[in-house]
Design a protein around this ligand. Structure first.
Ligand code: GLU
Length: 304
């Protein structure tokens, strides 16, 4: 596959100046980002790497972290976690409260906020040093010690995270949150504040292209079955109430975050991360989706 030519074509086709969409502002600290940023990194299983634009610049990974916390929970506790949450697409916004009440405090899936808060609760119970252990896990997958929380972003979300407080309290009322609301949300806001570049994200997500083993090592983090399940969840639930649209356009499992990042995985082939902060109404990066649609269309390859 001639990725360099394909990426050149993509670069020529996307137009930063005509891209609509808005930078996330409900977490005030996120609104400070330059909307014109654009980066891409493609990490291939055969060891090739390709990139475009600001691919080395770190940004807030936000909900992309939900895949990483889920992976850590599954690697530690296996399928026991599924007694506390479901695996169905929600068809609702990522921070919706309504469905959680209808469904008696069992979140639809681990990639919406209510589900990720339950996973955070599970990790707070299971880990000795929850925040440090999560960061160490991400650093191990990414092969870099230079991955950190952004305390300003975590604090900004804590001060404005009214819906997440509401979700955590509702979970508590259904006995599906075992630790203190404050402690669990402190962990959750920190995981969302992790900053990584497209290059680091693509490297990290090679795990899901590589059947659960860290690329180029014999270090297995997830079993094949666990990896299949996480990729399936990304496919059906990774884009909030736009998971169908992403699957329709791109045809790869992936996960977005309101920091403007999207990561997608072609099992056995590559992992790719794109960053462009302007979001559509559903909270997904406009150019990120466009870029990945162009990538799978021009290569003629997806998982389907
Ligand atoms: N920290 C954000 C929130 O909880 C994450 C949302 C996202 O990236 O979808 O609202």
């Amino acid at each position: 596959m001639d990725y360099p030519s394909i990426l050149k074509e993509i670069e020529a086709e996307i137009n930063l100046n005509q891209t609509r969409g808005k930078v996330a502002s409900y977490i005030p600290e996120l609104a400070r980002v330059n909307p014109q940023k654009y980066g891409l990194h493609l990490a291939c299983m055969n060891g090739d790497h390709f990139s475009l634009g600001h691919s080395d610049e770190k940004f807030s990974i936000q909900s992309i972290s939900k895949v990483l916390s889920l992976s850590l929970a599954i690697s530690r506790l296996g399928s026991r976690i599924w007694s506390r949450l479901d695996v169905e697409p929600s068809g609702n916004p990522f921070n919706s409260l309504i469905q959680l009440e209808y469904e008696d405090g069992i979140p639809r899936n681990p990639l919406i906020n209510s589900g990720a808060i339950v996973i955070a609760d599970i990790l707070v119970s299971a880990l000795d040093h929850p925040k440090k252990d999560l960061l160490d896990f991400v650093r191990k997958l990414g092969g870099s010690e230079d991955i950190h929380f952004n305390e300003e972003v975590a604090q900004s979300e804590k001060e404005h995270g009214f819906r997440n407080y509401a979700l955590a309290n509702m979970l508590k009322s259904y006995d599906n949150l075992h630790n203190d609301v404050e402690e669990v949300l402190d962990f959750y806001f920190h995981q969302c504040s992790i900053e990584m570049s497209c290059k680091e994200l693509a490297q990290t997500f090679l795990l899901f292209a590589n059947e659960g083993a860290i690329h180029n090592t014999k270090d297995r983090v997830l079993t094949r079955l666990q990896t299949k399940r996480i990729n399936s969840l990304m496919q059906t639930c990774g884009f909030y109430d736009e998971a169908g649209e992403f699957s329709f356009l791109v045809g790869l499992p992936g996960k977005s975050g309101v920091g403007g990042g999207i990561v997608a995985v072609h099992p056995g082939e590559y992992s790719v991360a794109v960053w462009s902060p302007r979001l559509n109404k559903k909270g997904n990066s406009v150019l990120g989706m466009k870029t990945l649609e162009l990538l799978t269309t021009k290569t003629g390859r997806s998982i389907f």
